[in-house]
Design a protein around this ligand. Structure first.
Ligand code: ARG
Length: 462
């Protein structure tokens, strides 16, 4: 059969060329969006009297049948028909003959593909935000159990100041909630309907774009037909949002990898999320965490690939733009696999409180609190900092911790020292006296957890 779009061409492409430029192997996943868009278009054409109303009814019911048949696996797509748009139209015409040929009145594949990808991404962004929601819930629940679990906070991966596991985990609550917000914001720009832009210069038919917009559940319509068919900035935005999300996941994964090592032993990953070694019988490897960390690279790659594809493209549609889909599909699939694996992995891991505490006792993490004690007793901070520095050096020499020094030893560095220094350098009190908003104290974290519970009940993450 001669292709629907080939009136102008005298020679058919050979099968290898067809294979090269065909996109049906990947854009078939937008079949539902494509058919839903076509149904709205056909209904509008009929209502506007652009095609006879009775024809539009025939087209709509045939499209509904095609949708059902695709879903029940009765239809196999044809590479020769290039993409999902041409495949659906070809099947339609095969089924209802000349009436089917009227569907493409007043539209182009260029506005069709722009519509389909927007519809597809709206659903995907919603799904991903739901997965983030589950992760946020899990993080908040973990925090509830660990408001008093002392662990070292690090800078430069060196013990820095004591925090709690709740505080650490809730820092990720903040990051992932911003990831969700970013996707929600990007959703607003996806939610604009390009249909009616035609190939690039709209159309002379009296299209009712608002009616199509309402039927398809978009917020508004694009204001310039050339922009409508030729920009994919919203795809880049999705890829950027997903890249940041993966970056956050990969940082947490890196921590899980470190923490599950023999050197840290802060956590034990459930056997369900670990693997053995083919040669070393004793091994339990955090493969899932590593894989999520690794998959971050491909999501970044998709972002850079699309930015590069779009760079320098003249207006309006160019076939280069067909390259937008595989990348964003892959990024979406990757994120949708990583999020639930990650959420379940952290929900089922064991937290070794004793090992965390033991590690927090190393590295003089309460030295700042010693300096703060001196400041409270009239010593300027810079002097206090240097006195505590000397004390730490002394401790290293003697193989002692700050808690183990006698008051006489303290006094040999500054006569100001008194008994209450021991209260202030106690790790628990180091954490819980940091009651400032944003800090790790139990008092404050308690409030944050309650606020998070409220947030999770509200509109923000839905
Ligand atoms: N398969 C194409 C894409 O994904 C659809 C638009 C094709 N338009 C064209 N004029 N060749 O971008």
């Amino acid at each position: 059969m001669k292709k629907l779009s080939n009136g102008r061409l005298s020679v058919e492409a050979d099968s290898f060329t067809d294979h090269f430029h065909s996109s049906i192997s990947f854009d078939s996943r937008m079949y539902k969006e494509d058919i839903t868009g076509s149904i709205a278009h056909a209904r509008m054409l009929g209502r506007q009297g652009i095609i006879p109303l009775k024809d539009s009814i025939v087209i709509i019911s045939a499209l509904e049948e095609i949708l059902k048949d695709i879903e029940s696996g009765k239809i196999t797509f044809d590479e020769k028909a290039e993409d999902i748009h041409m495949n659906v139209e070809t099947i339609l015409t095969e089924r209802i003959g000349d009436i089917g040929k009227k569907l493409h009145t007043g539209r182009s594949r260029n506005d069709q593909v722009a519509l389909d990808i927007r519809m597809y991404l709206k659903n995907q962004v919603t799904d991903i935000r739901e997965l983030i929601y589950k992760l946020l819930e899990t993080l908040n629940n973990i925090a509830k159990e660990h408001m008093e679990t002392i662990m070292p906070g690090f800078t430069h991966l060196q013990n820095a100041q004591p925090v709690t596991f709740a505080h650490h985990v809730l820092s990720y609550f903040e990051m992932f909630s911003r990831d969700s917000d970013r996707l929600a914001d990007c959703y607003k720009r996806i939610n604009v309907m390009p249909f009616g832009s035609g190939a690039l210069a709209a159309t002379t038919y009296n299209l009712d774009r608002e009616a199509v917009c309402n039927e398809l559940g978009f917020d508004s319509i694009t204001r310039n037909s050339m922009d409508g068919v030729s920009d994919r900035d919203f795809v880049c935005e999705v890829l950027f949002c997903l890249s940041l999300l993966m970056m956050h996941l990969s940082r947490f994964c890196e921590e899980l990898v470190l923490w599950s090592s023999q050197q840290f032993k802060f956590i034990e990953i459930s056997d369900a999320y670990a693997t053995g070694s083919s040669i070393m019988p004793q091994k339990k490897n955090p493969d899932m965490a590593e894989l999520i960390r690794g998959k971050t690279g491909r999501v970044y790659g998709e972002l850079i690939a699309l930015l590069t594809t779009l760079k320098g493209l003249p207006l309006a549609y160019n076939k280069d733009m067909q390259e937008d889909k595989e990348g964003v599909f892959d990024a979406v699939d990757t994120v949708k696999m990583c999020l639930p694996v990650f959420t379940n992995m952290i929900a089922t891991m064991t937290i070794n409180k004793e090992d965390m505490l033991a590690s927090a006792r190393l590295g003089f993490m309460n030295a700042t609190d010693g300096a703060d004690w001196l400041v409270k007793h009239g010593v300027p901070f810079r002097d206090a900092h240097s006195i505590m520095g000397e004390i730490v050096m002394y401790c290293i020499e003697k193989g002692k911790t700050l808690e183990e020094l006698s008051l006489d030893e303290y006094k040999s560095f500054s006569p100001v020292f008194g008994e209450s220094i021991y209260d202030d350098i106690d790790l628990k009190s180091c954490v819980n006296r940091r009651t400032v908003k944003g800090g790790p104290s139990k008092e404050y974290i308690d409030r944050v957890i309650a606020e998070n519970d409220e947030l999770l009940k509200g509109e923000r993450f839905l």
